[in-house]
Design a protein. Structure first.
Length: 289
């Protein structure tokens, strides 16, 4: 299955397996596909093609392949594209041969994964294209579909983006509410740095240049999240940071604003829209008898 994944990426086969099994269980329910059982003769064979109806960047082929494999191991899934490939409308993504019933039963689950993840990859690729040669990298957030975070973050990588933290346990991100309860920027940073191991990065959110100066004076942060700042303030924040820590711009980033944000010199631009608002790419399964 690894040959279907984007070059240079890793996605645990256990993640794919778990997600696909949950989706099939949800769709097949207790009685299975009663429509297919009632209308398709036993032993009927079918050939099918997975096709992109719209141009985009592909992600999720391994999930589609595993869908059919779990329903019937005799099904042949021959990928004609690979995750992260950019395709035009009408592109052939894969050819499928085998028993007709499991192909029909797995159609929607396979398309749901492929369309959803390709939509995320396509939107991410759009953001990346907008910033051109700027040094900034486009990254995602934790605003993901429950249960699908690893897959959605993989799709971001397929689109040329990078991943922010996966969860609450792999990096410290001190937000405004943490600062308020902890008693201030300095107190929050000191407590965080004292509590975590030497390999754990510490990031803190600020919404003013005064807070940024506190962060810099503390020397306790690795990354600063510049929240909802306009481009003038972002540029000044980058000047103040002067390479002492990584700068991340966040808050309402859109395709229309990302280029101007990148031009300020920030290192990272995070956009929740990559995962929570990406429209599904239109893909279809066409049966050829």
């Amino acid at each position: 299955m690894h040959e279907l994944l984007a070059a240079g990426t890793f996605l645990s086969p256990l993640v794919i397996e778990g997600a696909v099994r949950r989706a099939l269980d949800e769709d097949l329910g207790r009685a299975g596909d009663i429509t297919t059982a009632a209308t398709i003769p036993a032993g009927a064979k079918a050939r099918a093609k997975l096709v992109a109806r719209k141009p985009g960047t592909i992600a999720g082929l391994a999930c589609a392949a595993r869908t059919f494999e779990l329903l019937d191991e005799s099904i042949s899934f021959r990928a004609r594209k690979r995750d992260s490939d950019k395709v035009e409308a009408g592109a052939l993504l894969a050819e499928i041969d085998g028993p007709a019933a499991p192909i029909l039963s797995g159609e929607r689950v396979a398309l749901n994964f492929l369309g959803h993840l390709s939509g995320i990859a396509t939107l991410t690729a759009g953001y990346v294209a907008k910033i051109g040669n700027a040094k900034a990298r486009v990254c995602c957030t934790r605003k993901t579909t429950p249960g699908l975070r690893a897959l959605e973050k993989y799709a971001v990588r397929c689109g040329g983006g990078v991943n922010h933290r996966y969860g609450l346990d792999d990096a410290v991100l001190i937000k405004d509410n943490h600062i308020a309860v902890a008693g201030g920027v300095r107190q929050a940073l000191e407590k965080a740095r004292a509590a975590v191991g030497h390999l754990v990065k510490v990031e803190i959110e600020v919404d003013s240049l005064a807070q940024l100066k506190e962060v810099l004076a503390s020397g306790k942060a690795d990354v600063v999240l510049l929240d909802n700042m306009d481009t003038t303030m972002l540029a000044e924040a980058v000047r103040l940071a002067d390479g002492k820590l990584k700068t991340e711009a966040s808050g309402g980033v859109t395709l229309e604003t990302v280029a101007a944000i990148a031009a300020t010199g920030v290192d990272l631009i995070s956009a929740g829209a990559l995962t929570h608002s990406a429209p599904s790419l239109d893909v279809a399964l066409d049966i050829e008898l």
